[in-house]
Design a protein around this ligand. Structure first.
Ligand code: ZN
Ligand code: ZN
Length: 77
């Protein structure tokens, strides 16, 4: 039935399909957005990718809910 999913890996939490991966973590495991968020609360600057069903597109951790703390010393307005 899920013919659209080339990768239908289920996340380790078994609640969602894993469609995110991190290029900078050593593990190649893919996660759902929630587990990706939890794994990166301490590492908000990792670059991640999202599986769209056809290819990996570049993503950002804020897309999965990780708040990046902005250094206000660089704010210039
Ligand atoms: Zn998960
Ligand atoms: Zn990472």
């Amino acid at each position: 039935m899920e013919h659209e999913a080339l990768i239908s890996t289920r996340c380790a939490c078994e609640r969602r399909r894993a469609s995110w991966r991190c290029k900078e973590c050593h593990q190649r495991t893919m996660f759902c957005h929630e587990c990706m968020q939890n794994a990166h609360l301490e590492m908000p600057f990792h670059r991640i990718q999202k599986w769209t069903g056809q290819y990996f597109r570049p993503g950002s951790l804020w897309e999965v809910g990780v708040c990046v703390i902005v250094d206000h010393s660089n704010t210039n307005r």
